[in-house]
Ligand binder design. Structure first.
Ligand SMILES: [Zn+2]
Length: 203
């Protein structure tokens, strides 16, 4: 099939969509062709929200959560205790925990996990600033809520060691295996997620 059969705007959109991490031709096609099934006004609503996110969302200067401000709403909230820092891989993991409306500390977003096979090393993650915040806040407990899979566990262990070495008085805990091994925090059901945080274990 000659390329020209596919309209230019579709070709260009697909080429750009596959630049999104984890997206391949399949996911790009799935997104775009299903979007095009919607009436034009609904397509445009989606595009408008995407544009607003693309333009306005940045990472909180303190914790790395997505925000439209310099500092996110959680870091700005005086009622949130900075004595507790919950470490997550991605902003959406923190959003999942927030949905439980139970946790009253702050977060720290690593921006990924240690994955040597993908060339992601500790220096690619927001670890230095975590240690800096622990010191500045005189944090009591760091809750490691990286995903319950091999890379998430390895990342949690790596960070736990660093904290214990540098701040022996700080409690370091790990969310429990109420969550199935290999699952993702952002997709966990609320009950399991709540249990895994409640039953966290000291490292
Ligand atoms: Zn923040």
């Amino acid at each position: 099939m000659p390329q020209e059969v596919i309209p230019k705007s579709i070709r260009e959109a697909l080429e750009r969509l596959i630049r999104i991490p984890t997206y391949g031709e399949r996911s790009a096609g799935r997104f775009l062709y299903n979007l095009l099934k919607l009436p034009v006004n609904e397509r445009l609503d989606i595009v408008k929200s995407l544009q607003e996110s693309a333009e306005n969302i940045r990472e909180c200067r303190e914790c790395g959560l997505y925000t439209e401000e310099e500092v996110c709403i959680i870091c700005r909230d005086q009622r949130r205790s900075k004595k507790f820092i919950c470490v997550v891989e991605e902003p959406q993991d923190a959003f999942a925990i927030e949905r439980l409306e139970r946790y009253t500390g702050v977060y720290h977003v690593l921006g990924g996990r240690i994955a040597p096979l993908e060339g992601i090393s500790p220096s690619d993650l927001r670890i230095e600033s975590l240690l800096e915040r622990i010191e500045r806040y005189r944090t009591k407990e760091v809750i490691l809520a990286t995903n319950p899979n091999l890379e998430g566990e390895a990342t949690a262990n790596y960070i736990a060691k660093l904290i214990k070495k540098q701040f022996p008085e700080v409690k370091v805990s790990r969310i429990s295996h109420g969550l199935q091994f290999g699952s993702l925090i952002e997709l966990a059901d609320e009950l399991s997620l709540e249990k895994s945080i409640e039953n966290r274990k000291s490292l």
